[in-house]
Write a protein that binds this ligand. Sequence first.
Ligand SMILES: [Zn+2]
Length: 64
Amino acid sequence: MTLSLNCKDAGDPVCTHTMYGDTEEELLENAKKHGIEVHGYTEESFKEEMAKNLEDFRKLIKTA
Ligand SMILES: [Zn+2]
C-alpha cells in the first residue's frame, strides 16, 4: 500500500508536488524534506506546523 499526499491538497496554491510513503511516518518524513527544500520550512517550523495540523493532513492522505 502506498500513501500519498498532494501539496496542492495541503493548501499550497501553486505546488502540485505529490509526496509518497509506505507508512504515514515515511510520508511525513518525505513531506518534511519537500517542505524544507521547496517551501522554506526549517526542521523546527515544520514540526510546529505538523503539531498544529496533523489531523487535517491525515484527512488528505490518499491510499493506493
Ligand atoms: Zn510543495
